[in-house]
Design a protein around this ligand. Structure first.
Ligand code: FES
Length: 394
């Protein structure tokens, strides 16, 4: 592990000095042409989280992922050699999708159309009357996509040759992630949201506390106190395109509603029982992934654009052992449902944000000092889209 923090932590005013304070162009939040360029410049060229190694525990185990940003269906398979690879779910004969199954275990993948059959390493193993094609089997393997892992989390990159390895992309954050119990995960709970909003409006909602008190009256009130009525974080952190924050600790938090208190107690119990260290983590990985580690929860929240104004969020809670008794199962369900309820409170304002920005009335929007993480994401995206456009014009 590096002996310096993974993120450079700044006071809000220091962050504002670095990132500026002017208005920000509203177009990228609703412009279809900008979104098309983001697909390439931001998503296809970045490492995007798509799953966890525990989903493919043995050779032949596979998962299918539909990634609209890349217009791709991927098969992620563990080979006989133990390596996990990602392939386009596309038969190399005439392009038929190989499987519609979301997950499973197979030693081979046969295309139902003309029975071309591929191994778990993507190689073409057999094809009826293959000699009539005048081809070499070695030239007909499944098309591979770059896949790398950190702390058990699987990431793909659609660039022909990524500029950086996953570890280079994550920087010191990779070391921090490996200290988390993620790599020991054997199962997880998941829920998803599909929201009518641009992905940046969605992501921005989860990287500022300015709204907490108004949209989350129960939890927001618990996070705030008279010294900090809007529950602002104390520091904002940056590392290349990635972000993070240090939450303010309320010295005298108000009594929580009984249901929330019970959820937290049960979450702590389930976590303690599972051997989770009470290590606190709050990373916002570029472009759209949150990694949150609290004493009671270890979860990721990954945001996938579907179109310029539709987005999917996938939230996963990780557990390093199986829930074999009803009490642990219930504790986890209760804990997950409590966080889901908070996330559900955000949905209305995120969609209302798209409704307003999509109307095209505003030329600019505004970020204050405590919305620096939103400004940082906006800037990182803009730099990449502009670089892509310059590349095209060169
Ligand atoms: Fe797959 Fe023909 S398209 S075998």
């Amino acid at each position: 592990m590096a002996d310096r923090p993974a993120l450079e932590m700044l006071l809000p005013e220091e962050a504002a000095k670095r990132l500026g304070s002017g208005p920000v162009d509203a177009g990228p939040y609703h412009d279809p042409a900008w979104f098309e360029d983001e697909r390439e410049a931001v998503f296809r060229r970045s490492w995007i989280h798509v799953g966890h190694a525990c989903e493919v525990p043995e050779p032949g185990c596979f998962i299918r992922r539909e990634l609209e940003y890349a217009r791709a269906s991927l098969l992620i398979v563990r080979g006989k050699d133990g390596a996990i690879r990602a392939f386009h779910n596309v038969c190399t004969h005439r392009g038929t999708q190989l499987t519609q199954e979301a997950q499973g275990k197979r030693s081979t993948f046969s295309c139902r159309y003309h029975m071309w059959t591929f191994g778990a390493d993507g190689a073409l193993l057999s094809a009826p009357d293959f000699e009539r094609f005048g081809l070499e089997k070695s030239a007909c393997g499944l098309k591979q996509v770059h896949l790398e892992a950190c702390a058990g989390l699987l990431f793909v990159n659609f660039a022909k040759q990524p500029d950086q390895s996953l570890r280079e992309f994550l920087g010191d954050i990779a070391d921090e992630l490996e200290l988390l119990p993620l790599s020991r995960t054997v199962e997880f709970d998941e829920y998803t949201f599909e929201i009518d909003a641009n992905w940046k409006i969605y992501v921005d909602n989860f990287q500022e506390n300015y709204h907490l008190r108004f949209i989350h009256p129960n939890t927001g009130a618990a996070a705030a106190g008279p010294e900090n009525p809007l529950a602002y974080p104390t520091h904002y952190g940056f590392s290349g395109p990635h972000r993070g924050q240090t939450l303010w600790r309320n010295p005298s938090p108000p009594q929580l509603p009984p249901t929330l208190r019970m959820a937290m107690e049960r979450g702590l119990k389930a976590a303690g029982r599972d051997g989770f260290p009470p290590r606190k983590t709050d990373f916002k990985l570029f472009p759209a992934m949150f990694v949150l580690g609290l004493a009671s929860h270890m979860f990721t929240h990954t945001v996938y654009p579907i179109s310029v104004n539709r987005t999917r969020g996938v939230i996963r809670f990780y557990w390093p052992n199986r829930a074999t008794d009803a009490s642990t199962r219930f504790a986890r369900e209760f804990s997950v449902a409590s966080v889901r309820d908070v996330h559900a409170e955000d949905r209305g304002v995120i969609e209302a944000g798209q409704g307003g920005l999509g109307a095209g009335v505003l030329d600019v929007i505004h970020f204050q000092d405590h919305e620096m993480l939103c400004r940082h994401l906006n800037e990182q995206v803009r730099l990449r889209v502009e670089a892509l456009r310059a590349e095209r014009n060169a």
